[in-house]
Design a protein around this ligand. Structure first.
Ligand code: SF4
Length: 331
């Protein structure tokens, strides 16, 4: 599909308007203060499917503990998962670890700047490669995250499903047509911040938008068009709590979602659970119930003062039991 581009004679004005707005309204983010390739690599892994607000404290802790790629590559996976604990999608942490090792082994410890080499790293797909090229190396690449997709779909009034191959191609062409000749970092950051603030999901604030003169959106609140969300399936998961002095028993998760993490062992349903906790994971709404258990040969005791990495729902359920005799359902 041919993209109706902003005419060349208008593009400099578009960039000037966006740049001016970004100078005064751009977000201050820790990975932007010193956008080293390593800081950008870490932030891009953390930001996959996670909000900026949730990532910031993890990023700061991570950079203190693993200040460079060599330190990260040499760290044990258990420690990496422990630091990632609570951020979810743990395959990202494992891939980041493997990517650091690949940078050491294949690129002499220097994070590459070209898209092909970046894409050869574990966990780096086309989006992450473009984001690293733009944010770390200031290249003019189309960076299409959820915020920028929304801005582009609205700017060009694209009224088809953006998740199809045709939709993705359209957005990429449209984003390419907006790229400046230099300053890829600022351009991508500005579009991203515009999508995160004024051109937010739902009703955008078009009156305050620096590029509203260029925008072709009709009913922008209805854009971008995506397929309906998959239906939520509700499931129950019963787990055991078993304490022996200052230790509790856990089992290693069989994966794949929580591979490398430790969870409460499977348990029996009871009418009076020690704790009940409801959480969502992908398209499941899980009611986690905890009952008393009896140690089994494949259960491993861990001291409460030194627990291994655990997924948030199990860690929270354990804390509920340990901290309070009254166990209320929490979300
Ligand atoms: S004018 Fe409105 S819809 Fe268009 S880019 Fe700006 S905020 Fe988004």
């Amino acid at each position: 599909m041919r993209v109706e581009t902003i005419p060349d004679s208008m593009t400099p004005d578009f960039h000037t308007s966006l740049r001016r707005w970004f100078r005064s309204h751009g977000r201050e983010l820790p990975w932007r203060t010193n956008p080293s390739p390593y800081a950008v690599l870490v932030s891009e892994f953390m930001l996959q499917q996670t909000t900026v607000a949730a990532v910031i404290p993890y990023f700061d802790r991570w950079m203190r503990r693993f200040p460079d790629i060599a330190t990260l590559a040499a760290a044990p996976e258990t420690e990496i998962l422990k630091l990632w604990e609570g951020l979810g999608y743990y395959s990202r942490a494992r891939n980041l670890h493997r990517a650091a090792q690949a940078v050491l082994a294949q690129f002499g410890g220097i994070i590459p700047s070209d898209l092909t080499s970046l894409r050869s790293l574990p966990g780096v797909g086309s989006y992450t490669a473009a984001a690293i090229a733009a944010f770390a190396f200031d290249q003019c690449e189309p960076v299409l995250d959820a915020n920028i997709n929304r801005v582009i779909a609205r700017l060009f009034n694209y009224r088809e499903n953006i998740t199809t191959k045709a939709g993705r191609n359209y957005l990429e062409q449209a984003a390419n047509s907006l790229l400046p000749k230099k300053g890829g970092r600022r351009h991508a950051s500005a579009l991203m911040d515009l999508g995160a603030t004024l051109c937010r999901a739902g009703e955008p604030d078009c009156a305050a938008c620096p590029v509203h003169h260029f925008c072709k959106a009709v009913d922008p609140a209805l854009l971008p068009i995506k397929p309906p969300k998959k239906a939520i399936t509700e499931i129950n998961d019963w787990r055991s709590f078993c304490r022996n002095g200052d230790s509790i028993y856990l089992v290693e998760s069989p994966g794949p979602t929580w591979r490398g993490l430790w969870i409460l062992p499977s348990g029996k349903p009871t009418a009076e659970p020690l704790a009940t906790l409801i959480y969502s994971i992908t398209r499941y709404k899980v009611t986690l119930g905890i009952s008393n258990g009896v140690p089994q040969p494949n259960w491993t005791p861990f001291p409460l003062s030194n627990l291994p990495p655990m997924p948030s729902p199990h860690r929270k359920a354990l804390r509920l039991i340990l901290e309070s005799p009254l166990h209320k359902p929490v979300r």
